[in-house]
Design a protein around this ligand. Structure first.
Ligand code: UD1
Ligand code: UDP
Length: 379
């Protein structure tokens, strides 16, 4: 009788809301995959926002580093991940660790793996803004993680080429973005919001703009300008409502409530769970955001995006005509927002282009690549 074939031990590591949303379909696919022993470690760089996603996808982590603190810094998160990951890697001895995107969790986890000589697979690899300080620290996190990873799951051909330009040509696969997988699992015609604040919104009245903004480089003056631009849009368009699920960071909330708190037809709400969010996008007229994930989700649901940033590592959406890079000045946010509300031809074009992030089968593609990797590794 031949020896029992060993399974590939794959440890998925994530810590923030967007990583969790985009890793969840992959974790589910890994759990169901033959020849794979799937484990999950959360750093909990985010707490409530992470737990909401875990609950939604019924994922119970095997390890929870429980790192989140108020006022945490890049240094405290990084050292927490490095110290927390060491015993996990030493006990589990995974064959492959999967990290996602560009957060401090993902880069620090990849570094921890390097110190333990464990292979890393990078999901959503190859995005670049080419400005090391913007988005900060995400752009440099991506570059560092690419240097540390063995497998690179690039969402688009463009991201593959970015890696090639840095000399990374081995182990690179174009697989689309797992966020589309998540969207397909969440969006339903007859969906009823679980959040009572959302159920109470008069979504059938007028046009609804969905807004989020939280990025580090927008905190302070840029966020202030963005909110002033948005306030002006609302003042001049009496049929327009705005719904803004606010990131819990106090530095976000203080500015947003100060400027938009008392504005008519503005609804500032708590973060909503991912199923609510995806179905809310579907029911809105357009999205104004500095979020990375929303730049991918909204176009996939036919909703134009006003990007509240000065650069984007997702040029595909801008070039496909699905998003406009508005910048962060009050007058620019106002002008671009107004153009989508008044120019019907522009709106039509932007809501009918093809999204560049695949058909929602990214997780399946990644699993197959890992199974092939296992065959090579173990014969
Ligand atoms: C992090 C990521 C960013 C990502 C964002 C997604 C880094 C450096 N940044 O930024 O790339 O776009 O997550 O949202 O990795 N907080 C809570 N509860 C939560 C989550 C956050 O109270 O569930 C508060 C805490 O006070 C925390 C603060 O928000 O200290 C900031 O969280 P942090 O993860 O450091 O930064 P983000 O801006 O969320
Ligand atoms: N999101 C959510 N609830 C909210 C706001 C956002 O589920 O109240 C989802 C959103 O649909 C997207 C992800 O969170 O999938 C984006 O996260 P975030 O903007 O925090 O991070 P980024 O994508 O900018 O890294």
């Amino acid at each position: 009788m031949g020896a029992m074939k060993r399974e590939l031990v794959v440890l998925s590591v994530f810590g923030t809301r967007p990583e969790a949303i985009k890793m969840a379909p992959l974790v589910k696919a890994l759990e169901a995959a033959e020849g794979v022993n799937s484990r999950v470690c959360v750093t909990a760089q985010h707490r409530q926002m992470l737990d909401a996603v875990l609950k939604q996808f019924s994922i119970v982590p095997d390890y929870d580093l429980n790192l989140m603190r108020d006022g945490q810094t890049l240094t405290t998160i990084t050292t927490g991940v490095l110290e927390g990951m060491a015993p996990v890697l030493e006990t589990l001895k995974p064959d492959m660790v999967l990290v996602h995107g560009d957060t401090t969790t993902s880069t620090a986890a990849a570094l921890a793996c390097f110190y333990h000589q464990v292979a890393v697979g990078h999901v959503e690899a190859g995005l670049r803004s080419f400005d090391r300080y913007s988005p900060f620290p995400e752009e440099t996190n991506r570059v560092l993680t690419s240097r540390l990873a063995t497998l690179h799951f690039a969402p688009t051909e463009r991201s593959r080429m970015n890696l090639e330009r840095e000399g990374i040509t081995q182990g690179v696969y174009v697989v689309g973005n797992t966020v589309i997988d998540a969207l397909h699992q969440m969006v339903r015609e007859d969906y009823v919001f679980s959040d009572s604040a959302l159920r109470e919104l008069p979504l059938e009245e007028g046009r609804w703009v969905l807004m989020t903004a939280h990025r580090r480089e927008n905190l302070g003056q840029p966020l202030r300008q963005i909110c002033l631009g948005v306030k002006q849009i609302l003042a001049e368009h009496p049929d327009v409502h705005l719904v803004y699920p606010m990131h819990p960071n106090p530095l976000v909330r203080s500015v947003v409530t100060d400027i938009l708190g008392d504005v008519e037809r503005v609804h500032l709400i708590e973060p909503v769970d991912v199923a609510d969010m995806h179905n809310l996008i579907k029911r809105c007229y357009m999205v104004m955001t500095d979020s990375g994930g929303l730049q991918e989700e909204a176009p996939a649901l036919g909703k134009p995006v006003v990007v509240l940033r000065t650069e984007t590592e997702r040029p595909e959406v801008v070039e496909s005509g699905l998003a406009i890079l508005a910048g962060v000045k009050e007058e620019d946010v106002y002008r671009v927002g107004c153009s989508l509300l008044s120019d019907a031809a522009l709106y039509h074009r932007m809501s009918h282009a093809i999204n560049p992030y695949g058909d929602g089968d990214s997780a399946g593609k990644i699993v197959k690549i890992l199974q092939r990797y296992a065959q090579q590794l173990m014969g």
